[in-house]
Design a protein around this ligand. Structure first.
Ligand code: ATP
Ligand code: MG
Length: 426
């Protein structure tokens, strides 16, 4: 019999890696709590039409990536129903907001979720068929302030804080405004016009997009088409005064908190209920799948799902990609560590310590040298940052020829003969 394996695009998370997952989730929960978010857990599967309406029929997600099946009725009182494993969580959260009449509280609803999502994509590094998202939504009636650009800035500032607190170094924030649906309609018309004379020179995918959804041409990665794309009109020129002012206020609030960003005029979303702010946090270490998270405003979504007017803004982070980034960073930090930190115990031993370092370096080891003027505590702290192991050189060590070596990773401390030291450190 052939052995069974986890299905393509899915994988087991095992210890000790699961510790990192728990650490990320605990950090997210702690940060969300400070911003007064509460947790929501929606079902893993929903009525297919929720995603058809809430994500959009013409998106890749709905048109080709969903796990959908016909759930057969088990009793006469039931109907067969088309169900889908959730490919994302915003639609489910907004459905729950409507179903539980959360808008009637008159307050902003600030909800976060952590859980698996499912998309039938081509598996590769950072792209799986079951993956995890950590996301949040701020949604409510306009009277609760849900339309304010301050909400956008607050959510984005929270994300900058979260990524910093996770220790993710080198993230980048790209931001844009797609304006109101009227702004976007004018822009799409202009795009069509600009694409008409040049689209024949573009790749097949872009020729199709130019017809069906010209906004999607903008996020095409086709190298040959970049020059044409760079020359296309920019959405900023099509925003009306109100949308322009709204975007200015979002950026001003980010400036006030010193959150760094780049305005990327190509960051757009194709659907009518996406309005105004869109953003993405990326990380260079991820390669082709460089988006850590995506987010934006969806002022029309509740109404598309049959609910009341409930403007909102939210984001979804790829937890798998956070894990990959932190693992790569840890590996890099480890690779950058010296083999040993030689710590003379007293200034009188400085010259001997230099001599020992010279021996070790001569054997090809990467060695950092402390100073006898340091206290033992400081030598250990510094050694821990710079090297994998610390070698203590005191009077006793010098006369006995037995050196004390501590491994920072294991905490193990041993005495090693000077003649064996090179081998032990390698
Ligand atoms: P991408 O351009 O990488 O496909 P997307 O636009 O499809 O991303 P969203 O639907 O906005 O992404 O999802 C938010 C985040 O979820 C992404 O930024 C990414 O970090 C993560 N994500 C999306 N799809 C996957 C996947 N198949 N595997 C792992 N993470 C994913
Ligand atoms: Mg995708």
């Amino acid at each position: 019999m052939s052995t069974l394996k986890a299905v393509r695009g899915t994988r087991d998370l095992l210890p000790p890696e699961t510790e990192l997952w728990n650490h990320i989730e605990a950090t997210a929960r702690r940060v969300f709590a400070r911003y007064n978010f509460g947790e929501i857990r929606t079902p893993i599967f929903e009525d297919t039409s929720l995603f058809a309406r809430g994500v959009g029929e013409e998106t890749d997600i709905v048109s080709k990536e969903m796990y959908t099946w016909e759930d057969r009725a088990r009793a006469q009182s039931e109907k067969s129903q088309s169900l889908t494993l959730r490919p994302e969580n915003t639609a489910g959260v907004v459905r729950a907001y409507i179903e539980h009449k959360l808008g009637e509280t008159g307050l902003l609803q600030k909800l976060f979720y952590i859980g698996p999502q499912f998309r039938r994509e081509r598996p590769q590094k950072g792209r799986y068929r079951q993956f995890w998202q950590i996301g949040a939504e701020v949604i409510g009636p306009p009277s609760a302030g849900s339309e304010s650009p301050l909400r956008d800035a607050e959510v984005i500032e929270m994300l900058a804080t979260l990524l910093d607190e996770l220790g993710i170094v080198g993230w980048k924030l790209e931001i844009n405004s797609v304006g109101s649906s009227a702004d976007r309609a004018r822009y799409v018309a202009a795009l069509r016009e600009a694409l008409a004379p040049v689209k024949d020179r573009m790749c097949e995918d872009n020729q199709r997009r130019a017809e069906t959804n010209p906004l999607r041409v903008l996020d095409s990665k086709d190298a040959g088409d970049q020059e044409i794309i760079d020359g296309l009109p920019k959405i900023a020129e099509y925003l009306d005064a109100e949308s322009t002012e709204n975007f200015r206020q979002v950026l001003a609030a980010l400036n006030a908190c010193a959150v760094p960003y780049t305005v990327n005029p190509r960051l757009v979303r194709g659907l009518d209920y996406y309005t105004r702010t869109t953003f993405e946090f990326t990380h260079g270490g991820l390669g082709a799948q460089n988006a850590l998270l995506g987010g934006g405003r969806y002022d029309g979504l509740s109404e598309v799902l049959g609910g009341p007017k409930a403007p909102g803004i939210g984001f979804a982070m790829g937890e798998d990609r956070l894990v990959l980034t932190l693992q790569a960073q840890a590996a890099e930090a480890k690779a950058a560590l010296a083999d040993a930190f030689v710590a003379p115990l007293g200034e009188g031993l400085n010259a001997e310590a230099l001599k020992l370092a010279r021996e070790l370096r001569g054997a090809g080891l990467r060695v950092e040298l402390g100073d006898g003027g340091f206290r033992l505590k400081k030598s250990f702290e510094m050694g821990n940052k710079l090297a994998r192991k610390i070698v203590l050189l005191g009077e006793d060590e010098l006369s006995s020829g037995m050196l004390t070596v501590k491994d920072f990773a294991t905490g193990e401390q041993v005495k090693i003969a000077r003649t064996n030291l090179t081998e032990a450190l390698r």
